[in-house]
Design a protein around this ligand. Structure first.
Ligand code: DI6
Ligand code: FE
Length: 406
């Protein structure tokens, strides 16, 4: 027994350990923690004797899962696009909205006008909403600055979030998100002047954990994305890609070619793309919030992912334009209801597989010895309840790195 040791007893565990049936369910379970890391998670009868005198939290039979991981967000942004949403409800077209100053351009304008402290201030309520549902790790992208200083500002704000709240933050550089007005029709210049040198600078400043891009007709071509990924590779940074969201440009295969951690959205991915992802071990990050919000009708090919053994994660894609969603619980419900994902796929998708999509599966995402003690305790009897309810939050306690935070 050492100072700072903690145990949780009288719990039902979903360990999510790879290959265990029923999400690694342990009916009479206990977790022992030292220095913020899990030392033991399993049947209470096997709890190591050295923890016998340690003060225990009696979980009253509650369910413990790994802390949730939101592996795809644009959480740092300024302002909102509620007016645009209203205009769409009134029947306005995308062109009309763009002419009225809406669309992604409006988010870029608002972001550029906000300083770092203001960005953090505006982001914290969204982060708090995620945390309130048991999120212990969150990914945050840049991509609304689109100048080097503004992209760096976004990434610094993202890093600052982990100073403000007990949460692990992973940053993704998304300079190739959209072409700003001043570079309209000049993607090559934008890449050369902003995206590529911005990535080098952000990396030098320790602000980048992974590199992302938006491969789409309205954004960047596969060849343009390759330029970004080649630089990422030379800097030793992992990549991920917004791929095949609105059309199939072969984004899933492109991501797989670079051994990407993940490819995201994937509504238009075909069988070749799924097979390439399986071979590369690229995780499919499914984003039902954006599908729902833009009233997309083409569903991601979940059956093909299953057939080829592609791992699937689920994330909010929180962003002001296409997914103003701050609930991973609702995201799971949408994954099940809209796409037919199973309860097990949904729960693995916001824990173990989401961690894999961030490359942090050795640190979090399952209840296994050696990982951070990132836990969520739930007032539910069965795992399906986490997926089935809509707009109800059964979180009882959240633990980040061994410390209860609620
Ligand atoms: N895919 C999306 O759906 C969002 N970004 C992306 O890469 C849209 C972002 C926005 O409209 O603000
Ligand atoms: Fe996104």
């Amino acid at each position: 027994m050492a100072a700072g040791d903690r145990i949780w007893t009288n719990a039902r565990l979903l360990t999510l350990a790879e290959g265990s049936p029923n999400l690694g369910l342990v009916d009479h379970g206990a977790i022992a923690v030292r220095d913020g890391r899990i030392v033991f998670a399993g049947p209470a009868s096997d709890l190591p004797g050295e923890f016998s005198g340690v003060e225990a939290t009696d979980c009253g039979g509650r369910l413990i899962t790994p802390g949730l991981v939101d592996c795809h967000t644009h959480l740092v942004h300024a302002g909102d696009r509620a007016r645009e949403f209203e205009m769409r409800l009134e029947g306005a077209s995308y062109e009309e909205i763009a002419r009225a100053g809406g669309g992604i351009v409006s988010s870029v304008t608002q972001l550029r006008a906000a300083d770092e402290a203001e960005l953090v201030r505006q982001t914290l309520p969204r982060l708090d909403a995620l945390i309130a549902e048991g999120v212990t790790t969150v990914e945050v992208k840049s991509g609304y600055g689109l100048t080097i200083p503004d992209e760096l500002k976004m990434l610094r704000a993202a890093r600052q979030l982990s100073e403000e709240r007990p949460v692990s933050v992973f940053t993704s550089y998304l300079g190739a998100h959209a072409t700003p007005a001043e570079y309209k029709g000049r993607n090559a210049d934008f890449l050369c002047d902003v995206v590529l040198p911005g990535l080098t600078q952000a990396h030098e400043q320790g602000l980048v954990d992974a590199v992302d891009g938006f491969c789409e007709g309205i954004a960047f071509s596969p060849d343009e994305i390759r330029q970004v990924f080649d630089l990422a590779r030379s800097l030793g940074l992992p990549v991920k890609l917004h791929a095949d969201q609105l059309s199939n440009l072969g984004g899933a295969s492109l991501a797989a070619d670079y051994g990407a951690l993940s490819a995201e959205h994937l509504e238009y991915t075909d069988e070749d793309g799924a097979a390439a992802m399986a071979k590369a071990g690229t995780v499919a990050v499914i984003l039902p919030g954006a599908f729902y919000f833009i009233r997309e009708t083409k569903k991601p090919p979940i059956d093909l992912f299953r057939k080829h053994g592609v791992r699937m994660a689920l994330a909010t894609d929180n962003n002001p334009g296409t997914s103003p969603l701050t609930s991973l619980l609702l995201t799971m419900n949408m994954g099940a209801t809209l796409f037919g994902m199973t309860v097990e796929e949904c729960i693995a998708g916001v824990t173990r597989e989401a961690a894999r999509a961030l490359g942090c599966q050795a640190e979090t995402g399952t209840l296994e010895a050696g990982k951070w003690a990132d836990l969520a305790l739930w007032d539910v009897e069965r795992p399906a309840e986490l997926v089935y309810r809509m707009g109800f939050n059964p979180l009882h306690q959240r633990v980040w790195r061994g410390q209860p935070t609620s």
